[in-house]
Design a protein around this ligand. Structure first.
Ligand code: SAM
Length: 267
């Protein structure tokens, strides 16, 4: 039986109590500067981020991944750049920035400033402690049949008696890795939380960087999307959420999903 738990606490307090090299995988989305108030119960600053990042890097198992979904606030006509400052801080702590991926919104908010295009994406930073241990790529079908040219090294030519390189054409199988722009619809989930990320994003990231039976940790659990996705994929999950109302919301959603599964499977 997988564990699935939401703890109503500050993630920094939780992390300080964890042993080093103990966390299998982290998927999360922290507060974006001061864009949301979170019932006025959240204290957020770059210093607070740094303290949490130090602990996350310490607690992460070697070869494991943090998927950090984040965007910037625009203040006085300038994006804050906090997203990149955070990614670079993780690098300073010794983590590898494996990939800077894009979460493209299929249905972005209508533009409201005359001098900017519609903002339609956020960053997904993929950070790893050392060399990545698990990568289960999402595949997609290629739209055209192509031939790939393989270089054939060290081919000995009868004609001139020399060793040369040659080429060989072979048809490629019709599948390839998904590219690193992921497109999801946003909103449409009727929960009392202002900043949920899409369930499919959570499913895709957990699928890619974990195996069944592993434990997923979300320090900023919000409405519990990460925990729910982990449950669907047969992974254990722990979420920490500092706002009591959101922690209760997440706990209720997880309990409802488990009850629904019992009904579906007649347990
Ligand atoms: C961007 S939201 C995450 C939403 C989540 N991904 C979802 O789909 O519901 C960030 C959450 O972090 C919580 N939070 C902020 N600071 C925290 C801290 N120090 N420890 C735990 N939770 C915190 C906020 O209350 C908010 O619910």
């Amino acid at each position: 039986m997988n564990r699935n738990e939401i703890i109503n606490t500050d993630c920094l307090d939780y992390l300080l109590a964890q042993p080093s090299d103990s966390i299998d995988f982290v998927l999360t989305s922290p507060p974006y500067d001061s864009m949301r108030l979170y019932k006025r119960k959240v204290e957020w600053s770059f210093g607070k981020f740094q303290s949490i990042a130090v602990e996350l890097a310490r607690c992460l198992k070697p070869g494991s991944v943090i998927v950090w979904v984040v965007g910037d606030e625009t203040v006085n006509h300038s994006e804050t750049g906090t997203s990149f400052r955070q990614a670079l801080f993780f690098k300073d702590l010794g983590l590898n920035l494996y990939d800077t991926m894009i979460f493209e919104k299929a249905n972005p908010m209508p533009g409201y400033r005359s001098s900017m295009y519609r903002q339609c994406f956020e960053y997904i930073f993929v950070l790893c402690k050392g060399e990545m241990r698990i990568f289960n790529p999402i595949m997609e079908k290629t739209t055209t049949t192509r031939e790939t040219i393989y270089r054939k090294a060290n081919k000995w030519s009868m004609e001139n008696g020399k060793t040369t390189t040659g080429e060989q054409r072979r048809p490629t199988p019709g599948m390839r890795y998904h590219n690193n722009i992921f497109r999801y619809g946003v909103g449409g989930v009727s929960v009392d939380h202002p900043a949920t990320f899409p369930m499919q994003l959570a499913i895709d990231m957990i699928y890619t960087y974990t195996d069944e039976g592993m434990t997923v940790y979300d320090p900023f659990a919000g409405s519990g999307t990460t925990n729910l996705a982990a449950y669907r994929l047969n992974r254990s999950a722990i979420g920490t959420e500092v706002v009591e109302e959101y922690a209760a919301l997440a706990q209720n959603r997880i309990a409802a999903a488990m009850a629904q599964q019992q009904i579906d499977f007649g347990l």
